[in-house]
Design a protein around this ligand. Structure first.
Ligand code: FES
Length: 330
């Protein structure tokens, strides 16, 4: 049976029951993937026509209320269909793997955020903006975004300590320099799109600054000259961190504009910082955002509010890249 691929306007023949990602790869269709296990989201694509079997038993009916997006690695083709693959010129293939690393430093950057630096035994390939699972012990595993680039030699993560948090409490009080950490990844689809030349809106809430730093560092390393408007939203003045890293980036990246936005002015707001919500600041600063791309990283309510705002301002859903951080609180 035939699968028609958009926007390439190409058809491939596959057997009934074929795994969609395998079929696309077998036919050299440019497609991003990583984990092959339904976890990383990189192989997400849209079913435009036809019915497929997504996951174990759920079938998707176009036109129904179901989500037209499927993970190709978890999808089986049972009848002719049309699939829309995302950004064929922005393919990212970093097969997911697990590597050993050791703790190089655990530093306080605010009253409740630690900067964790690891030395990997071998480099883990990833794209700027992606994340990995860090396993500190068999019972202590959490996803964290890389703040640096894969050629750095060290991996950097920002950890916000959750009150009574089991894993973050372990990081704060038990983990020490020299300890082994297992790093599995990369995961995530909110990675830097290197082919895009227009303005980039980068929104970081709290430790969402880590993947945004990675994205800006990646844009700099790639020699991209896109205007970048970075909005860093925090709860109160004492939650602001990383200003010196942002300052360094601004020195090297001519068209980087940084806005620090503090939600509660309860305390002394530093000169040059704004008060309110990041979404209010973006709304006040910009009209239509046509041809922009948005990278949204932080807690789910901020990511959802920012996503709604930028859609309203004209950024297509496919050009909004977001991996919300869910803190489990345990
Ligand atoms: Fe399909 Fe990771 S490759 S979800």
């Amino acid at each position: 049976m035939e699968i028609h691929i958009r926007p390439l306007n190409r058809s491939i023949s596959v057997q009934s029951g074929a795994n969609l990602l395998e079929a696309l790869r077998d036919h050299q269709v440019p497609m991003s993937y990583s984990c092959m296990a339904g976890r990383c989201g990189t192989c997400r694509c849209k079913v435009v026509e036809g019915t497929v079997l997504a996951g174990s038993a759920d079938s998707f009916q176009p036109g129904g209320s179901g989500d037209p997006y499927v993970l190709a690695c978890q999808t089986f083709v049972t009848e002719p269909c049309t699939i829309e693959i995302p950004e064929p010129d922005e393919i990212v293939v970093h097969p997911a793997r697990a590597i050993k690393a050791s703790v190089v430093a655990i530093e306080d950057v605010t009253h409740d955020i630690k900067r964790l630096r690891l030395k990997p035994a071998k480099p883990l390939e990833f794209s700027p903006g992606q994340y990995a699972h860090l396993q500190f012990s068999p019972e202590h595993i959490r996803p964290y975004s890389m703040a640096g680039l894969c050629g750095d030699g060290e991996m950097e993560f920002h950890v916000r300590l959750v009150p009574q948090g089991r894993v973050t409490g372990f990081i704060a009080s038990t983990l020490k320099v020299g300890d082994a950490v297992r790093v599995s990844g990369p995961l995530g689809s909110a990675y830097l799109r290197r082919k895009h030349a227009g303005p980039m809106l980068c929104v970081a809430g709290g430790t969402g600054l880590a993947p945004i730093l990675s994205i800006v560092r990646g844009a700099l390393a790639e020699g991209m000259g896109n205007p970048i408007h970075l909005y860093f939203g925090v709860r109160s003045p004492r939650d602001v961190y990383g200003l010196e890293w942002l300052q360094d980036l601004k020195r090297d990246y001519v068209d980087l504009h940084v806005h620090v936005v503090v939600a509660s002015s309860n305390g002394q707001v530093q000169k040059g910082h704004r008060t309110g919500l990041v979404t209010e600041a973006i709304d006040a600063d910009w009209g239509a955002l046509k041809d922009w791309r948005a990278y949204l990283c932080g807690a789910p309510p901020m990511v959802e509010a920012a996503s709604l705002l930028v859609k309203r301002k004209g950024i297509a859903a496919e050009q909004i890249y977001a991996d919300a951080f869910y803190s489990s609180g345990t």
